[in-house]
Design a protein around this ligand. Sequence first.
Ligand code: AMP
Length: 205
Amino acid sequence: MNMILLGPPGAGKGTQAAMIAGELELMHISTGDLLRSAVKNGTPLGLQAKAYMDRGALVPDEIMIELIREVLPKEKGFLLDGFPRTLNQADALEEMLRNAGKIVEHVVNLEVDDSTVVARLSQRRQCKSGHILTASGNSCPECGAETFQRSDDRPETIQKRLSVYHEQTAPLIAYYRRQNKLVSVNGSGDVQQVFSKITEVVGNA
Ligand code: AMP
């Protein structure tokens, strides 16, 4: 099965994607994680992407489409988290999959309102192992490592990311609804409840 997880920043896509991919044995592809690791390692991709990410803007479509072309698995099912984020990216993905004789079966849209996004992102911290904390705290409850705030989770960048989401990514909701692939799930509840709801709708759809 191939799936896409849509939703604003802070909707819980990363957390849910890791859980769903584990449950359904899909390859979890997070473009945000791929870019952050490229930035950390100082690769050419990271050097190109950093300035866009730091100001809460989207990395240009051509770069993102090439990245996805390289990482989409040939055999295994996948769960995309953070891609597509524009209509161009969605069209490119569709063409890539068509050429490979594949389709996306489910697009799950995690619905969370703007005030929840702002509250969640301004509190969010993570540790160097990638564990995400939804509350403040200087050490990771899972591994004890020191925690830090993502540079794009600062208040001024959060607002920018939200407006980029509404302008460029939210139109994908109608795009996938027209294809009868969209299921919306309320993402504001408890992590386990949201997870159960997603597996239920994906299982029944
Ligand atoms: P995320 O971790 O998914 O919130 O992504 C963090 C940042 O990486 C975004 O704010 C963008 O700057 C960049 N990014 C991630 N995925 C994409 C994408 N599909 N298209 C453009 N930029 C992206």
